[in-house]
Ligand binder design. Structure first.
Ligand SMILES: Cc1ncc(COP(=O)(O)O)c(C=O)c1O
Length: 399
């Protein structure tokens, strides 16, 4: 199957399907008449093997209490080994209803009230929400914008850890929204600092499969062989890779025995959740049968990225499109186009788009937008045309 066939077969419209992205526009953005490229899910149907597995179970018609299907761990572990060279042990795995919920639980389990949790903005905004919701102290070590892209500021990072007595660092890897895939050297450096100061690293690796650059993704479970396994917990899920977010199935990987015992002792206090049977069935089928589908999807995302990067910057050289090493979320700098305080109105009213705004990720990022590229090319072409039109109109009016 080539890309054109993939798009024809799996591309979908989602209006009036209770889609948050498409059907909550009025509520979230004040107008239903916008082209949505915000929340991180996709306009693609899942792999055929997932639909078949769900249909088979639905035709049985029973959704009683369930156990983890026997094929789940082998399918998940085989995917991790093949795609990322990560060797998972079955005892590491715990389940949750999703990554954000996992983060909330983990922060509460591994820190006390008012203790400090560090994040690296601009970063996926639920990280900050989770820390605040848990009653912990939010400490920020912002990424640095350099001539070669966003970098971690390791001097500031270590200084903040010492000054604020940080207990937990939430790492976003690959990084949403700046699109960085951290190198082995960067990960080693940051993990060494955390080890030195006894800071637990919770790595959100939900975007791990979306690697657009030639160099591979490196999990914290693999960096420097297993040098850091005592000090890391990974959260991930099949939901981002296979468009399964609403089936509420996420993973928590805890390699260290004593951290795992602590997790098991504490989790029952605030979570009694059963696993989502349909989420587990879909996840196992996706890992088992979804690889070709996923590789086609990645090609579509690459093409969409290439299209935005060339078309937008040719028409509007003042726009800076991020270097998308990983994720399907493109970070676009519009600070030379429109003042930050007017950007939201400009994007909605002049361009007819609903995107994630930079200010949601960090107050210093008010000049940016985050565009979701995991959609059919016609949506991307339309969005770019609307953006160019809005920018050119704005430029003319300001002349
Ligand atoms: C970095 C990151 N973590 C977590 C999530 C959400 O995960 P979940 O739906 O499993 O809570 C997203 C979704 O966009 C994300 O980008």
């Amino acid at each position: 199957m080539d890309t054109v066939e993939f798009i024809a077969k799996y591309g979908v419209t989602r209006k009036q399907t209770d889609s948050l992205k498409w059907d909550a526009l009025e509520e979230r953005f004040g107008s239903a008449d916008l082209l949505p490229l915000w929340v991180a899910d996709m306009e693609f149907k899942v792999p055929d093997g997932v639909t078949a597995a769900l249909q088979e179970r639905i035709s049985h018609g029973v959704y009683g209490y369930s156990q983890i299907p026997a094929n789940y761990f082998p399918a998940f572990a085989a995917w991790q080994k093949k795609r990322h060279g990560v060797l998972l042990q079955p005892e590491w795995l715990r389940f949750s209803r999703g990554v954000v919920e996992s983060l909330l639980h983990l922060v509460q389990i591994y820190s006390q009230e008012k203790e400090a949790v560090l994040i690296q903005p601009p970063v996926y905004y639920p990280f900050a929400n989770v820390v605040k919701l848990a009653g912990r102290r939010l400490v920020e070590s912002p990424l640095k914008q350099t001539a070669t892209g966003y970098q971690m500021d390791l001097v500031d990072f270590e200084k903040k850890i010492q000054e604020e007595q940080v207990k937990i660092f939430i790492l976003c890897s690959p990084h949403n929204p700046v699109g960085r895939v951290w190198s082995a050297a960067e990960l080693t450096a940051v993990l060494e600092i955390c080890q030195k100061h006894d800071v637990l690293v919770i790595a959100d690796e939900i975007h791990q499969d979306y690697i657009l650059q030639a160099e591979p993704f490196i999990s914290v479970l693999k960096v420097a062989d297993d040098a850091f396994l005592k000090n890391v917990i990974v959260v991930n899920a099949p939901s981002k890779t296979f468009n399964l977010a609403s089936l509420l199935n996420g993973h928590i990987l805890i390699p260290d025995d004593s951290l795992r015992r602590q997790f098991d002792r504490r989790i029952g206090r605030f979570s009694q959740s059963e696993n989502s049977l349909l989420g587990l069935i879909a996840g196992a089928a996706a890992y088992e049968t979804g690889e070709e589908w996923f590789d086609q999807l990645l090609t579509v995302i690459r093409q969409n990225y290439h299209y935005v990067a060339t078309t937008l910057t040719e028409a509007c050289p003042q726009v800076k499109v991020g270097d998308l090493q990983g994720t399907y979320l493109l970070w676009i700098d519009l600070s030379q186009v429109c003042p930050s305080e007017k950007l939201e109105t400009f994007i909605k009213d002049e361009c007819g788009l609903a995107v994630d705004f930079g200010s949601w990720f960090a107050k210093e990022s008010g000049g940016f937008i985050r565009m979701n590229l995991a959609t059919v090319p016609r949506n991307i072409e339309k969005a770019v045309a609307q953006l160019i039109q809005g920018i050119q109109k704005g430029v003319k009016e300001n002349d």
